[in-house]
Design a protein around this ligand. Sequence first.
Ligand code: GLC
Length: 608
Amino acid sequence: MFTSLFDAKPVTQVPLQTTLYRDTKQSIDARVQDLLSQMTLKEKIGQMALVEKNSIREPDDIARYHLGGLLSGAGAKPEENTPQGWKDMIDGYQERASQSRLGIPLLYGADAIHGHALVEGATVFPHAIGLGATNNPGLVKTIAYATAQDMKATGVNWNFSPNLDVPQDIRWGRVYEAFSDDPERVSVLGAAYLRGLQDGGSANNVFVLATPKHYLGLGSMVWGTSKNKNYQIDQGVTPDNAELLQSVYLPPFKEAVDAGALSIMVGLNTWGDERIIFQKDLLTTALKEDVGFKGFLVSDWYGVHEGQRHKFWATVRAINAGVDMVMLPFDYEEFVSHVTWANRLGLISDERIDDAVGRILYAKFSLGLFDEVTENKTNSASFTNHAALAQDAVAQSLVLLKNESSVLPISQTISHVRVAGSSADNVGRQMGAWSIEWQGVDGNWVPNGTSILEGIKEKAGPQTVVEYSETGDFPQGDKKAPLGIAVVGESPYAEGWGDTMHPILSDADREAIKRLQSSCDKVVVVIVSGRPLLIENEVTSFDGLVAAWLPGTEGGGVADVLFGSKPFTGTLPLPWPRRTEQLPITTEGVTSDGTPVLFPRSFGLQYE
Ligand code: GLC
């Protein structure tokens, strides 16, 4: 009879039978089976735990519990938030993991969703909605590879990206994390991003593990149904529409599986009347069996246990539904104990545990994690500056929505330009959230980056006077300036904290536009936002209108196009509604009240 929950012998005394699993000449399947056959129950269950690094109670727990992975939850950084600080932190964790009997390396995950943007000094690319506007899979793949290099250089071998959500309601706080509301555009760009992360390394190893998310239907929740009392639509209810499941939500994940996905993250939403995390027909039948997904399913944040009366039963239900790795922001000891008891009681079978752990190990072998340790490979990736690539991506992401009397491009010989607005000189607003901090930063204090204003000053002709006032307060002389540029938009937000009934311009920005209109002959409005904003009542007064989304650190890309050095090539990745009564909008562009939107998806003007 077992004296304790775990195996009778302390695992350190269980001798290794073979080391075939370390032989790089063996097939991955053979290596997985060899390792699995030698693992104790405790070692297997530990691999199913993905723990937030700030929740590790003591470093020895990494080996003691044989943890499968750690993550930097949004904003969880090392003391020294530099590439070296990250590498030292993660190397330390890997060293701890190597001290366990089998020395199984850790997966280390982070949300490098627009560059390795948690790290100070990183090149921050446009958020996905801006990449969606480029509709350029080659560019997206290149950006993903650049991101993967920065990640690899810091020891982060797992990216919780690409986002395959299909947003249909701009009141949601995560629209900007998605490429588009068009499942086809999401499928193509998502697969490109995944390949950029995974395929850039050596011929036979996955470079950085991608995780398409959030499975599934996360962009279609109904306003006011959130299960989180602080939110309105994020973590809400997606209607269980079988037709949309097949035509809209599943296709991007099928594309990702065909592109080589080895991990998929399950969303925090509810499907019909049950949280997705507990739905075996979606997680196992539809994805693992029907689509043939051979990788592992990881739960999102506190998704297994949030709002559950009994964490034990929630764990049993989620793992039996098909979750293979459980993200644990808080309590890993309890998780290990629960799964062990559930197995002993026959509530979670040995087969289910072996299947889950086999999928996780398959990803680890595919990444070459064991080989890096065995062959003591020093990874050659370096953390570099990608400003030129990012600036070009910004230029390609801009969408020209209005250009009365060809007010754009701005001439190099124009005498005087006045710039105003909340987002003109604010790299933090350009970056948006998931940058340095979970909710982002508002201001110019990042060590790198170019604000849109700085870009305008650099691009303007030598005799052009460029004046700036955030509020639009300029000396009211008798002469108007020929052109005003109002760079307006949203302060950073992430997840449900960005849910809003009224995605509109702020009063301050509206006032700044008005002041420019009174002190300039013509005004171009540039909107820096994570989503279309409702401007039906203001747009008629604009001479020019440009959607800039969340461009990241390289704001100079905006001036490149405003001054005509580069063309407008971007198109709307989703419809631009007039009012909230039109929401949600179907992927065919049908509004809820049947009226026409302000600008349809794929709209975008170009210079003659
Ligand atoms: C969050 C997000 C998910 C992210 C994860 C880890 O709750 O829903 O997109 O990858 O936690 O930070």
